[in-house]
Design a protein around this ligand. Structure first.
Ligand code: IMP
Ligand code: MG
Length: 179
């Protein structure tokens, strides 16, 4: 496996993103006292969400949604299964969706469409990685950690058939011989 992004670069970038997010929401949160809702998309965002949440300086609440499109294969299946049963009432709230990677854009656009029914005040998107060359459905990402090429990547929460999520950096997974 080839390292694409080291854990040191990740740490620096997450701090930058957290500073921008804190700055963008600080005034609004000070005005009405309602924390920002970080909505992590499982499982891939767990590590990014944990690091980001600790760096954001405004008050946050944590919620999760679960999406799967890949199954255990590396090609996007095109159909996305979404599960969300928020224990926080999202009506009138400011939500930051936290994703591991935007690939075709199908998962996020489906999640956003569904989130509209909760009547939040504001929804923004934060993706740790963006693979723009793979985009099929347009989505506007407000905060992006890094852009990656059209390669399958793992680590820092991202998996290949449930493996490699615990790696501290981002690695390009080379295709095994014969596939
Ligand atoms: P999309 O719906 O095609 O944008 O796919 C988004 C989801 O597929 C991401 O949230 C990831 O969970 C997964 N995914 C897409 N590309 C990769 C990759 O390179 N490595 C690991 N997971 C990926
Ligand atoms: Mg994901």
């Amino acid at each position: 496996m080839k390292e694409l992004i080291s854990s040191d670069r990740i740490e620096t970038r997450v701090a930058e993103l957290a500073a921008r997010i804190s700055e963008d929401f600080a005034a609004k949160i000070e005005t009405d006292g309602r924390p920002l809702v970080l909505l992590g998309v499982l499982k891939g965002s767990f590590m990014f969400l944990a690091d980001l949440a600790r760096r954001i300086s405004v008050p946050v609440e944590i919620e999760f949604a679960s999406m799967s499109s890949y199954g255990n294969r590396r090609e996007s299946s095109g159909t996305v299964e979404l599960r969300i049963a928020p224990s926080i009432n999202l009506a009138g709230r400011r939500i930051l969706v936290v994703e591991d990677i935007v690939d075709t854009g199908r998962s996020l656009s489906k999640l956003l469409e569904h989130l509209r029914s909760f009547e939040a005040e504001e929804i923004r998107l934060c993706a740790f990685l963006d693979k723009p060359a793979a985009r099929v459905v347009a989505v506007h990402v407000d905060y992006t950690g890094f852009e990656v090429p059209l390669k399958f990547v793992v680590g820092y929460g991202l998996d290949a058939a449930q493996q490699y999520r615990a790696l501290a950096g981002i690695y390009e997974l080379e295709e095994p011989a014969g596939t």
